[in-house]
Design a protein around this ligand. Sequence first.
Ligand code: GTP
Ligand code: MG
Length: 370
Amino acid sequence: SESLTVAELAKKIYREPSEIIKKLFLLGVMATINQVLDKDAIELIAGEYGVEVEEEIKIDTTDLEVYFTDDSAENLVERPSVVTIMGHVDHGKTTLLDSIRNTKVTEGEAGGITQHIGAYQVVENGKKITFLDTPGHAAFTTMRQRGAKITDITILVVAADDGVMPQTVEAINHAKAAEVPIIVAVNKMDKEAANADRVMQELTEHGLVSEAWGGDTIFVPISAKNGDGIDNLLEMILLVSEVEEYKANPNRKAVGTVIEAQLDKGRGSVATLLVQNGTLKIGDPIVVGHTHGRVRAMVNDKGRRVKEAGPSTPVEITGLSDVPQAGDRFVVFDDEKTARQVGEARSQQALAAHRGEKSIVSLETLFDQL
Ligand code: GTP
Ligand code: MG
């Protein structure tokens, strides 16, 4: 806040109120203990005691979204697109993800893969594309409700032998609500019963009309099983990316979203983060959901240790005090003190909310800026 009472100021600079009142008197100001002092008066008094008054940074501890600010155009550079694969049960989402990874991960990299991570990057025609494992529709809904937009493009997988099913429609609705472009991957084309025309027909009823039929939705026939059409699908992703021009500012503190997190016996809290803007670095003071810490180690999707991770990069980190949840936002702060204050406040808020109490944490108690 911009103002304090004499009593509040006294407390912050560890003096008796009477002493402050005396000081003010000598400066020609008659004041009582409950007198509200403005910024100038606070600075004047603090200066008398050799205390520097910092501009109070307005920190909203309840909503990390405020840190997802837009950067001015001149700071923005191209970033990889972030792609989510969605579709009905058994239509081949996981097989497709595996197929893309297997065809695109070079041999050198393959050796580095030590464990499954919920996201990975591939390079197609010199351009990176980030794929997220299907978050599951429930998680997708939660993220959307919280305004956490993480995906740029949705690949809608529809099995050519099965056609449009309930979860196909659900996925379309999610993507539409999130205003994310949809590319349809008509999968299982290797199967005898495959019928791409039927899929196209059925999707027309949901507003997805193929380019071949005068619409503007890209349809790519594929077989996730034998790899047919995968290159074409990746090219279409790059095409959409070029049109949409996804950009970010790598020269700022990182913000992004938790893809998944768990407690590891040896390493403690391990979280897979998607950096959405800025660059995440080793040692960064960070708040992740209701937890905080310092980025101790970072491992990329190939299982290699890295020192930094730029926009659209998925990375696994350790160093958090607790385990965050998928969909939680993360924000890097200038200094560890602020990260700790915000993190602890958020953790208290979460606890209070859990107990059904109203949060008792206020900015006043958090920031003893004087
Ligand atoms: P859930 O995660 O359960 O929703 O399923 P999913 O969409 O991830 O499907 P998944 O990749 O597990 O594939 C389901 C089954 O379809 C598996 O037996 C796959 O081998 C098979 N399958 C996936 N893609 C193809 C394909 O292109 N052709 C054929 N013939 N079978 C496929
Ligand atoms: Mg699956």
